[in-house]
Design a protein around this ligand. Structure first.
Ligand code: ADP
Length: 268
């Protein structure tokens, strides 16, 4: 059995309409292994959200293909879950925390007892057992984002896509949520693709960081993060190895902003 979970090959996306086209993605090719945690960074407008939406089957590509476990993605695949930045809009305000997490399981057709067990386990994993009967609007931003994560986890996806999920929470909450995602990823063995504009976050979380070029987008660099698996907000971030990696990714993003393409960036 192949170890590749996700394959993006020659992906292109041009938005059409309003009389002119926007070429968001020109030619993106990369693979993500089963159980890998890969971060994606790049200049604003580089097409990161467009890429995730194509991978999630929410947007039709103009060219190339996305394959999940060897099957072409043409609509939202059953084994995939997505967590967006806008958690406020992704939760249903009239449903309790428990019902929000349960909804996709209902759609999946799981029996009531099975649903209840999975919801309880997911809420426990994100530390929200006490808030199960609250409504989203009664919770802080960080707690709402944890509900969104619990909903994705309860679904037991094989691939979890996250699109700048922590952009709108404060720094301390963000650090907690980063550790939560690493912990869940290690425990569940799920494949994670994590888009962020925060270079430190990409290095702290990822096993690899894909740096995207400016529009029209290609992969500018694929940086292996050879930090130990056990990461710690203080120790890891203050290590020399972390500093070197963040400098490398920072420089790559800067050169992406200046319009550099892969052939002009030295390997290393
Ligand atoms: P990022 O997530 O990296 O900031 P996006 O994927 O949101 O980038 O956008 C990439 C490019 O595509 C931008 O130039 C953006 O303006 C354009 N774009 C995004 N969505 C649409 C759309 N629905 N119609 C036309 N252009 C779009």
């Amino acid at each position: 059995m192949t170890t590749t979970a996700l394959e993006v090959a020659g992906l292109a996306k041009t938005y059409t309409g309003h009389g002119r086209g926007v070429e968001a993605i020109r030619d993106l090719t990369f693979r993500v292994d089963r159980g890998e945690l890969v971060c994606i960074v790049g200049p604003s407008g580089a097409g990161k959200t467009t890429l995730l939406r194509c991978i999630a089957g929410l947007l039709d590509a103009s060219g190339g293909r996305v394959t999940l476990d060897g099957m072409p993605v043409t609509e939202p695949p059953p084994g995939m879950a997505v967590v967006f930045q806008e958690y406020g809009r992704s939760l249903f305000p009239w449903l309790t925390v428990r019902r929000n997490v349960e909804l996709p399981l209902k759609e999946k057709g799981l029996a009531r007892a099975d649903r209840a067990a999975k919801v309880d386990a997911a809420l426990d994993a994100v530390g929200l057992t006490e808030s199960a009967d609250a409504h989203p609007w009664q919770l802080s931003g960080g707690m709402q984002q944890r509900v969104a994560i619990a909903r994705a986890v309860a679904y037991e996806p094989t691939v979890l896509l996250m699109d700048e999920p922590f952009a709108a929470v404060d720094a301390q909450t963000r650090a907690d949520l980063e550790d939560l995602v690493r912990g869940l990823w290690q425990r569940l063995g799920v494949t994670v693709l994590f888009v962020t504009h925060d270079i430190d976050e990409s290095v702290y979380l990822g096993q690899r960081v894909l740096v995207l070029s400016n529009r029209p987008t290609v992969v500018l660099a694929d940086v292996r993060v050879d930090l130990p698996d056990e990461r710690d907000q203080l120790k890891t971030r203050s290590s020399q190895q972390f500093a070197d990696l963040r400098t490398r990714v920072y420089e790559l993003v800067q050169s992406a902003k200046k319009g550099h393409r892969p052939e002009t960036v030295p390997a290393g």
